[in-house]
Write a protein that binds this ligand. Structure first.
Ligand code: GRF
Length: 186
């Protein structure tokens, strides 16, 4: 069976990208694209011998270049990619594009729900449990079908930062697991 090809889009440190690179069970990360030239995710890719490209995606016309780069991939993974994607780009990849989100969706998703904002909202809502979700990307923000979640307890005295660290450990487990599962057809 030909190896399944994965492209990863990042904007920041790429710790989840690193877990995908370390795992590579049933797939290969073949391309990493960042909208930020300084993204450490690009360095991680280069260190692993993976093609790493910076594209200025504040310019809508560059999405056609991005689509050219990823349309032959088996899966496109948004791992800390911080821009809203154009609808036609998402439609072209329907069923082959997934995102990682640091809450149990549909709770605490949507516009503005990123970084510490998510964990702050979880604490303010008094949730006993939060976690990480992997979902298909659709034309909304964090609204696509959820594929899997990893639960994380919220403890008395947690701060947004302590919760973020715990949820990030859950993200590092669930993302490679889901990518392998999808691409092995399980
Ligand atoms: C993760 O928390 C993810 O849920 C969110 O962005 C963060 C990316 O972290 N969408 P990293 O760049 O993988 O370290």
């Amino acid at each position: 069976m030909p190896v399944k090809r994965v492209a990863v889009l990042v904007s920041g440190s790429g710790s989840n990208l690193q877990k995908l690179i370390d795992h590579q069970d049933g797939y290969q990360v073949e391309l990493v694209v960042s909208d930020k030239e300084e993204s450490y995710g690009l360095e991680r890719a280069k260190s692993a011998g993976i093609e790493a490209i910076h594209l200025d995606l504040s310019q809508a016309e560059n999405y056609s270049r991005l689509l050219d780069l990823v349309e032959d991939m088996d899966l496109v993974v948004l791992a800390g990619y911080m821009r809203i994607l154009p609808k036609d780009f998402v439609q072209a990849l329907e069923g082959r594009i997934i995102n990682l989100h640091p809450s149990i969706l549909p709770k605490h998703g949507g516009m503005g729900m990123h970084g510490l904002n998510v964990h702050q909202a979880v604490l303010e809502a008094g949730e006993p449990v939060t976690g990480a979700s992997v979902h298909y990307v659709d034309s909304g923000v964090d609204t696509g079908e959820v594929i899997d979640c990893q639960l994380v307890n919220v403890y008395h005295g947690d701060s947004p930062q302590s919760l973020q660290e715990r949820v990030q450990r859950a993200e590092h487990i669930i993302l490679p697991k889901v990518v392998s599962k999808l691409l092995k057809g399980k």
